[in-house]
Design a protein around this ligand. Structure first.
Ligand SMILES: [Fe+2]
Length: 258
């Protein structure tokens, strides 16, 4: 992975969590040491495994204390440059079961932040948990408030949603699952890049996504690790036009959750 990044020098690397298995200090320190070797800006959000499962006091009262102390103080980082805005959302919490959540308060904050980003800037949201169900996985449950989140993200002109959690890469869009007749928001789900916990077709396979932007399009390439060649090789490539955006408003977001 480090060689891949070193050779290609992306503008930014996004890591959509779980950094650890059991949220132990030494696991966070190891993750920190790894991220520190990435020679470009990195946006990281925590996952459910980054909350202690068995250290009950910590889990109840300070679920992100170890993350903050040993990995990063910021749980919801924001990255901006001239053409790109990436907003991290922490979807893990102390009683996270499997699907995570986004609070309505955080949704409103993110909505206001993204609505203020100028037109033409590519807007990305990163959340560990998935907003659409994965194919071939059994459970179809998704993040709590997924529908509200998708409504908001499509309203404020989010172009892309990135997530992790399922150890299986897949790509979909908001209109397939929450049809509203609006321009679809592309949803790219990452497989597992560095663990041995790949699922379904990615069992024992590591993968990552390479996302390239220009003024008119976004190309998502899915890379899989090839043991024989000792490198990540492109497995599939997906092309999307960049959307023309219509004016938006945040007025509808004050209503009760659906
Ligand atoms: Fe997870």
């Amino acid at each position: 992975m480090l060689d891949f990044v070193e050779e290609r020098r992306p503008d930014v690397v996004v890591i959509s969590g779980d950094l650890t298995l059991r949220a132990r200090p030494e696991q966070f320190r190891e993750a920190r040491a790894f991220v520190d070797r990435i020679p470009v800006p990195v946006v990281v959000v925590p996952g459910n495994h980054d909350v202690p499962l068995f250290r009950f006091w910590e889990r109840a009262f300070a679920p992100f204390a170890a993350y903050r102390r040993h990995f990063a103080a910021e749980l919801e980082p924001v990255y901006r440059d001239d053409g790109l805005c990436i907003v991290g959302i922490n979807t893990a919490y102390n009683w996270t079961h499997k699907s995570g959540r986004i609070t309505r308060r955080r949704l409103r904050e993110v909505g206001e932040l993204l609505a203020a980003v100028p037109d033409g800037v590519f807007k990305v949201v990163v959340a560990h948990h998935h907003l659409i169900p994965p194919p071939n996985f059994g459970t179809q449950s998704v993040l709590a408030n997924a529908r509200e989140a998708i409504d908001l993200f499509s309203t404020v002109g989010v172009d892309l949603i990135l997530s992790g959690h399922h150890h299986q890469a897949f790509i979909g869009n908001s209109e397939e699952f929450y049809p509203q007749g609006r321009p679809p928001v592309v949803i790219v789900h990452s497989g597992t890049t560095t663990s041995d916990r790949g699922r379904a077709g990615e069992r024992e396979r590591n993968s990552c996504n390479w996302i390239a932007l220009d003024d008119r399009s976004m190309v998502v390439s899915h890379y899989r690790w090839h043991e024989e060649g000792g490198r990540f090789a492109e497995h599939s490539r997906h092309w999307y036009p960049r959307q023309e955006r219509v004016p938006y408003t945040l007025d509808g977001l004050d209503g009760p959750p659906r």
